[in-house]
Design a protein around this ligand. Structure first.
Ligand SMILES: [Zn+2]
Length: 192
């Protein structure tokens, strides 16, 4: 006895009531966890990450036209400075699921549902950046020290011209102060 597969699962959408009724449309909103880690590069959508799905199913002559938007976030490392990053990601796709026997479609209506999991996964994976950055102008790492260059990228605070005289005074007095502070120590070490 063949047990009929029950239509359940976060990426299965029922189409029974619109199959064969061109012009009929159904819309669904749902939030589901990513069933596994999606992405193999520096960044990926983590297993369990929330996927906000907005799906429209339209019956057309040849099958069911699926239009979907997915919003989630990816995590990983900046490709330049290796800082941990979390960035929002939004993708959308449209695909025709053909009725059984229809030619020329990559996906088919199965029994009374359409399965969007591979489409959701592929559209997300293909949208992940190959070279993710923590910020568009991330300066990366110093090639000599391996330190992040982010701090030096911040423009230095401009000093008001009215402070120049004080700065000059500080510059001239500083060396004298240093000499008096260090000379006793030098003479001490010479004695001992
Ligand atoms: Zn960075």
């Amino acid at each position: 006895m063949v047990r009929r597969r029950h239509v359940s699962g976060p990426f299965l959408y029922p189409v029974r009531d619109i199959v064969g009724h061109p012009g009929e449309m159904r819309e669904f909103e749902s939030t589901v966890p990513a069933p596994e880690k999606w992405g193999e590069g520096l960044v990926a959508v983590a297993e369990g990450a929330s996927l906000d799905l907005s799906v429209r199913l339209e019956a057309v002559h040849e099958g069911i036209l699926v239009t979907a938007e997915v919003a989630t976030e990816y995590v990983g490392e900046c490709g330049r400075c290796l800082t941990d990053i979390v960035e929002p990601l939004e993708v959308e796709f449209q695909e025709l699921f053909g009725y059984p026997g229809e030619e020329g479609t990559d996906f088919d209506v199965q029994d009374d549902h359409v399965d969007l999991e591979s489409l959701v996964r592929d559209s997300i994976v293909l949208s992940l950046p190959f070279q993710p950055v923590c910020q568009p102008d991330c300066p990366g790492l110093d090639p000599a020290t391996g330190e992040r260059l982010t701090e030096t990228a911040v423009p230095e605070m401009r000093i008001d011209e009215r402070w120049n005289a004080l700065a000059a005074l500080k510059a001239t007095t500083q060396p004298d102060h240093d000499d008096t502070a260090t000379s006793p120590v030098v003479s001490d070490t010479e004695k001992s």
